[in-house]
Design a protein around this ligand. Structure first.
Ligand code: NAD
Ligand SMILES: O=C(O)C(=O)C[C@@H](O)[C@H](O)[C@H](O)COP(=O)(O)O
Ligand code: ZN
Length: 363
């Protein structure tokens, strides 16, 4: 069985992303090698993944303690973060220890942030089990949790030592969660690769049985790795890693104002991508036809293109002001100069942003 490999190279580290099918024994091999060198290993997962991957967890035996957190966005919290840290201490991880994050973006962000913080940083391996985590969150080292003021407002950049993306795992994914992952794939096409968007437009990817998934995951990892390799910590004065935030200034505000978990991350980003397209059109970069095209691709991947129920514009605007891209009080937005080429803009007319919220169903 062939395994594809994408290498992420940052200033301080380089690590492989293994993409393939039935990678369980390859991962077990790496765990055994680490343990043979004296590393203690502790795994963090969530309740759904623990059940869906019961056989693989059983194969770990008693050698690897496992913490199972409740499934869902609300686990990216300060209190759950504390529980993971207590678990790592109880598992007697020392500075040579390794944390395994086995799950979707929630587990990856939470366990990754615990690995970044515990003993001021221990190694971790990402084992993404959702489409979203395979194409996006397991790559690039952003880790963190939410606070009531905003999404991902607390966290650290901490790169994993390896990523294992086993496409077989996607077979148990609920359709709504699968669609949520496709939002980040659409985003990658919009921001950097028009050919990817063409492919999605011609033939949408709507379920885990799609045979193109292995190559699409690899393709997306390459897109994300290329952006991260150039600007790991999002410090570029313009463009750079911030481009991966296309649709997110809007999307994160929706997640926060609606209440974490009400919209899946990808659902909020679906609306956010349409909003970013509308903003790009209003600023004269793309045409109305391009916006219609984005709307169609988002909708054909079973994602919302507008809010399910009106949310208050004032609260959405307030949430946006806490976005991490804000500089000197000014919200920076990511727009498309054309499909496949994104850019950051240094300021935007707030009346225009309010109007875009209105067009997305806010009031
Ligand atoms: N760090 C980053 O760069 C980055 C990038 C994108 C998104 N994110 C974050 O990722 C999170 C969303 O990640 P997500 O969409 O993976 O959500 P998630 O982790 O909540 O997983 C989605 C659901 O699917 C279940 N699940 C996971 N794997 C499964 C499987 N193989 N079979 C059946 N069910 C399974 C989970 O239990 C959960 O209920 C958000 O918090 C978002 O902010 C982070
Ligand atoms: O990796 C990145 O950089 C991204 O922006 C990817 C996003 O899809 C992801 O949702 C990320 O967590 C957002 O980061 P944030 O810094 O805006 O919280
Ligand atoms: Zn995202």
């Amino acid at each position: 069985m062939s395994t594809k490999q994408v290498i992420v190279e940052t200033s301080l580290s380089s690590y492989p992303i293994h993409v393939g099918r039935s990678l369980g024994s390859k991962l077990l091999g790496e765990i055994e090698e680490l343990m043979a060198k004296g590393a203690r290993i502790a795994a963090v997962t969530d309740s759904n993944v623990r059940m869906a991957q019961a056989a693989w967890f059983d194969s770990l035996g008693d050698r690897v303690p496992v913490l199972t957190v409740p499934a869902g966005e609300t686990s990216k919290s300060v209190s759950q973060f504390g529980e993971v840290l207590d678990f790592l201490a109880a598992s007697k991880l020392d500075r040579g220890g390794v944390v395994l994050a086995v799950g979707g973006g929630v587990v990856g962000d939470l366990a990754g942030y615990a690995a970044a913080s515990y003993l001021r940083g221990v190694r971790f391996i990402q084992v993404p089990t959702t489409l979203l985590a395979m194409v996006d969150s397991s790559v690039g080292g952003k880790t963190g949790i939410n606070i009531s003021a905003g999404k991902n407002l607390v966290g650290a950049f901490h790169q994993p030592i390896a990523v294992y993306s086993d496409i077989e795992m996607l077979k148990t994914m609920p359709p709504r969660e699968f669609a949520s992952g496709m939002a980040e794939v659409i985003k990658h096409g919009m921001l950097q690769d028009a050919a990817l968007l063409d492919l999605l437009e011609a033939n949408p990817i709507v379920g885990p049985e799609d045979e193109r998934l292995e190559s699409v995951v690899e393709w997306n990892c390459k897109i994300k790795a290329s952006v991260v390799n150039a600007d790991e910590k999002e410090t570029a004065a313009s463009g750079g890693r911030a481009l991966l935030n296309l649709g997110h200034t809007f999307g994160h505000a929706i997640e926060n104002v609606a209440g974490y978990g009400e919209y899946l991350h990808g659902e909020a980003i679906g609306v956010g991508l349409v909003a970013a397209a509308l903003l790009s059109e209003s600023l004269g970069f793309i045409a109305a036809d391009d916006v219609a095209r984005i709307r169609k691709v988002v909708s054909e991947h079973n994602l919302p293109t507008e809010l399910r129920e009106a949310l208050p514009i004032a609260r959405l605007m307030a949430a946006m002001r806490l976005d991490k891209k804000v500089k000197a009080g000014v919200i920076r937005f990511v727009i498309m100069k054309r499909i496949g080429q994104a850019a950051t803009i240094e300021s935007a007319d707030m009346a225009l942003i309010e109007e875009i919220w209105r067009q997305c169903g806010a009031s």
